[in-house]
Design a protein around this ligand. Structure first.
Ligand code: BTN
Length: 245
């Protein structure tokens, strides 16, 4: 994919800017990058803390020829690309928490939000892939997120932000060029942090039971087992809380 990068210092949400651009006809590969967001958005209506200087906020416009059901491939490919880039820059082991959070040392360092616009026939008109990475702990810390949020680099550690962004974009582009073949599947499975763990299953924020994660199916559903009964959990329907990391 050929990227056309639009850099902003501060925006409301890079996903919102990218969606506006996509609606106005911006081509696939248009990338909105910001140094901070005043209204960074996360999954399930949550906000995404996006302070200036210590994180990087990226949205990529995509115009894939995928069915709506396959759009999960975009998110999971991005998770694999970010995890690989993060590991290679930080020289530390990072993990993917199904479906699209990246963890380092048991703290979330990256969240991904893919949003799509669908045509009346159900096909995807465009998708905006949003990636937020905490590069450093902000001066005032993560506030109420302190116990769950972390950063890729330690205080004072030197890193090349542009090179990291390039690695993420290139890694994603490689996967995206053959997305229907699920080229990221093996990497994703080998870096998943839930397999083998006891988890609580939440629907609309409510705990609806516990189970053990035993795998991820080839459509990226989570396979859990409880009292010998296997169940496939779909992204978007549930969220998962690990009992013990
Ligand atoms: C999550 O953790 O729930 C997903 C967070 C996604 C945050 C990124 S930052 C860039 C893009 N712009 C947004 O407003 N959100 C995404």
């Amino acid at each position: 994919m050929i990227y056309d990068i639009k850099y902003f210092d501060s925006v409301t949400s890079t996903n919102d800017i990218a969606k506006e651009m996509a609606s106005g006809g911006a081509p696939e590969g248009t990338v909105v990058i910001a140094n901070s967001q005043s209204n960074g958005r996360g999954r399930m209506g949550r906000s995404f803390f996006s302070p200036s200087m210590t994180g990087i906020y990226i949205s990529i416009i995509l115009r894939p020829t995928l069915s709506a059901g396959d759009s999960l491939l975009i998110t999971t490919a991005a998770a694999a690309a970010v995890c690989a880039a993060a590991e290679s820059f930080a020289k530390k082991e990072c993990r993917i928490k199904w479906v699209n959070d990246i963890y380092l040392d048991e703290k979330k360092i990256c969240g991904i939000l893919t949003e799509g616009k669908f045509a009346p026939d159900g096909s995807l008109e465009y998708a905006v892939l949003g990636i937020g990475i905490n590069l450093e702990v902000p001066c005032g810390g993560f506030g109420e997120l302190e116990s769950i949020a972390g950063a890729l680099f330690c205080h004072g550690e030197k890193y090349d932000k542009s090179a990291l962004v390039k690695k993420v974009l290139d890694g994603f582009s490689d996967y995206y060029s053959k997305l229907a073949d699920k080229p990221h599947f093996e990497y994703y499975i080998s870096h998943d942090m839930l397999i083998g763990k006891e988890v609580d299953i939440l629907r609309s924020g409510k705990n609806v039971g516990s189970a053990k994660v035993i795998g991820i199916s080839d459509d990226f559903s989570l396979i859990v087992e409880n009292n010998g009964k296997k169940e496939l959990l779909q992204n978007g329907e549930v969220s998962i809380k690990v009992k013990r990391l």
